[in-house]
Design a protein. Sequence first.
Length: 202
Amino acid sequence: MNTVYDLNKNWLLISGNDDETDYHHQRIDESKAYKVQTPSFPHMYIEDHTGITWYQQEFFLEELPDKDHIAMVTFECATLKTDVSVNGKMVGTHVGNEDPFKFDVTDALKKGKNIITVRVSRPDTRDIDGYSFLETPHRNETAEGLMPGANFNISGIYGDVWLKVIPRVYIDDVYLIPDHKTGNIQVRMAVINKYNDKKKVS
């Protein structure tokens, strides 16, 4: 039943800087939003945009994962603080810059129409969500505007987004440890078991 759904198209995007609405529990007004695809940056659609950005997308599932599978929503990267909900249920928060992350959304999904909502924030000249700009990885970016030799203060979802249906026992990460003296490579794997009891793997 392993299936991958592309969630890179048909996002609605709006600024959250001057709007305190919690769109995890409310639909975004399509007439006031930009229709975007990911990966992309909010300032591609909203001039000089920094701070808080909301994304929302409607997608359809013809069937739900069976008892031996789970559904994971995966993000290639988003900056800085990312809060994700599905059908109004919070499924996870990630704080990071250029690292991939994922959340188990199995219990939040329903057959037919589903809504995924993402709030992404990054500080600029203002502290946002408890972070200041200088506390974040920013290399040669400036908190606001541009100057010679500097980059724009980028944020948002700028990596691919996928919904993946995978087995309840899966390989989460692989570590390769080479030994230049012997020419051997040691392989270590992080295996996740989402069942309620122990399972034998081989």
